[in-house]
Design a binder for this molecule. Structure first.
Ligand SMILES: N[C@@H](CCC(=O)N[C@@H](CS)C(=O)NCC(=O)O)C(=O)O
Length: 218
């Protein structure tokens, strides 16, 4: 049985978790924070999530876990069969991370501490997020999923990226629902799925533990 390492408050952790649940893979969860002793053996970058495969190998980086999960568990495919469509899917995943997740992630410390973020930082974040908005508008159809009828890995990836993008948006004032037509309805449909609700409930159950961990490190 594969083991997913990390914590449920992490949006990155919830990406492979959602994919595993969608495919009906039986897996165990190992609650671990990135600074735990020995965690570098699972994830050299000391980032959550990581996965230990059935054969005892360790992998890390959420997008890599998505690829591994699809290859190791081909049931209920999450990438399109067509090679171009499959790579278009990956294109959106990469763009969502680079231009929506990572810039907004820079604002997490200010969101958690409720301290004002420097104007220069906000301007830098907004400049990158504008690219992200253009990318999603150019690629996604929202009919009803990002690339049409098939629910794909890109849907999972973007949904959890938006957790951090929304947190940052409260500081920058960028409202993605206003800027990306169809995003809000798509997100509501995703959130209504029982798997999304299970992931959200697990996240909520980890809230106290996560904030105690953050406090213990400051
Ligand atoms: N590029 C990594 C990023 C993962 C990431 O940033 N995870 C956060 C939790 S949401 C983390 O481990 N943070 C710990 C740290 O930066 O020390 C991935 O795709 O898995």
């Amino acid at each position: 049985m594969p083991t997913l390492h990390g914590f449920s408050y992490s949006n990155y952790y919830n990406i492979p978790k959602h994919a595993l649940l969608y495919k009906g893979v039986v897996f165990s969860e190992d609650l671990v924070y990135a600074s735990a002793e020995g965690y570098n053996k699972l994830s050299p970058a000391l980032k959550v999530p990581s996965l230990t495969t059935d054969s005892g190998h360790h992998l890390s980086e959420a997008a890599v876990l998505c690829e591994y999960i699809e290859e190791a568990y081909p049931q209920r495919p999450l990438f399109p069969a067509d090679v171009f469509a499959r790579n278009k899917n990956r294109q959106l995943m990469h763009m969502a991370e680079l231009y929506l997740e990572l810039p907004n992630r820079r604002l997490i410390p200010f969101s958690l501490s409720k301290q004002p973020a420097p104007e220069q930082l906000i301007a830098e974040v907004v400049a990158v997020v504008e690219r992200g908005i253009n990318c999603i508008n150019a690629l996604a159809t929202f009919k009803p999923w990002l690339f049409g009828a098939q629910f794909t890995m890109a849907d999972i990836y973007l949904y959890y990226v938006l957790t951090v993008a929304e947190m940052g948006g409260q500081i920058t004032g960028v409202d993605l629902n206003q800027r990306i037509a169809g995003l809000e309805e798509w997100r509501s449909a995703f959130a209504a799925d029982p798997i999304s609700q299970r992931v959200a409930a697990d996240k909520e159950a980890n809230r106290e533990g996560f904030f105690s961990y953050i406090k213990s490190r400051s």
